[in-house]
Design a protein around this ligand. Structure first.
Ligand code: GLY
Length: 328
């Protein structure tokens, strides 16, 4: 891209308040320069400890030369089916009416995307989101419409409320205190990004959302650009934590756009957390974590509070890594 076109692009974004002063410095990490660096691929990166199991499933696809989109779907399905993960899919904590409602989204390297929100009684919302992406002209289906669509495609209805989750809910009802806990059981949402051997990027994000939320509340996870976003020319990002903060700053799109403007994945996730700090009063009460990758397989991770970790599978090795964080 010519300098003039870069200038016009940056000037336009600056007038919209998208770029801070530091971002308007000359680019040190442009898309052009990133293409020249060593590329680490394939790789899979997932939020939280349960991302380790998700990565193993994704790696089975990636190591055989499979597509990033198939890897992320297979990966997050492992966590959706795990009743011990009480923030995602089967066994997820219900809303304040005792109903488990699920949000999920998926995006491929062509920029195609699908999502479902407030979906009930389906074990794998990510696969329903994929069907929305692959087999409809739409991006998002909600509630009863999403369920009807899933049933038409042969998904089975199942009771997702486990005995453990039900007992916790009954206990919560005694006080009904509505205060999200930071790092609930050290996991919240599974968000995954993959870079395949072909150099293509895809992402997936799935959750049962905030525990004991109002019935009908939808978080960031099914919102393309909030809970997850990919641009195959640039990179991808996923978010975890209190969805309202991510939605108000369109966090994952922001991270990818910052990379598009020249930031490294690490610089971009840190800037996105700073955006929350600057814009959202009371942010200290909540946890937010971002992961990002670029086309070179460079990664970024950052959170508001201590306690966010992520699983990175690259170079045939799967590792759980503590994220750096803002509130020291
Ligand atoms: N990040 C998940 C949610 O807020 O629903």
């Amino acid at each position: 891209m010519s300098n003039r076109r870069n200038f016009i692009k940056n000037a336009g974004l600056a007038s919209l308040g998208v770029l801070s002063a530091c971002q308007m410095k000359p680019k040190e990490n442009t898309i052009e320069s990133r293409k020249k660096g060593p590329v680490i691929k394939p790789l899979a990166i997932s939020t939280w400890k349960n991302g380790m199991d998700a990565n193993v499933a994704a790696w089975k696809v990636l190591s055989k030369g499979g597509k990033a989109i198939d890897a992320v779907e297979s990966g997050v399905k492992v966590v959706e089916a795990n009743p011990d993960d009480m923030s995602v899919g089967y066994g997820g904590r219900p809303d304040r009416d005792g109903i488990v409602t699920l949000d999920a989204c998926i995006m491929d390297s062509t920029g195609n995307a699908g999502s479902v929100c407030a979906l009930e009684n389906i074990m794998h919302p990510i696969s329903v989101a994929r069907k929305v992406m692959d087999d409809t002209p739409h991006v998002m289906l909600a509630g009863k419409g999403a369920l009807q669509f899933a049933l038409e495609f042969g998904f089975k209805q199942e009771d997702l409320l486990t005995e453990k989750s039900k007992q916790e809910f009954e206990k919560w009802r005694l006080t009904s205190e509505y205060k999200p806990l930071i790092n609930i059981e050290n996991h919240d949402t599974i968000g995954m990004l993959a870079l395949d051997q072909n150099g293509d990027i895809s992402g997936a994000c799935t959750t049962s959302g905030l525990a004991y939320k109002m019935h009908g509340r939808v978080g960031d996870s099914p919102i393309i650009g909030a809970g997850m976003y990919c641009d195959n020319e640039v990179g991808g990002a996923v978010a975890t934590g209190m969805g309202e903060l991510v939605m108000k700053t369109l966090g994952s799109f922001l991270v990818v756009e910052l990379m598009n403007q020249g930031m490294s994945p690490q610089q971009a996730v840190e800037e996105a957390i700073l955006r929350i700090v600057k814009k959202i009063p009371g942010y200290e009460e909540f946890q937010i974590g971002y992961l990002a990758i670029n086309k070179n397989g460079e990664v970024g991770a950052y959170s508001l509070h201590r306690g966010f970790n992520y699983a990175l599978y690259a170079d045939d090795s799967n590792n759980l890594i503590d994220s750096n964080y803002y509130l020291k």
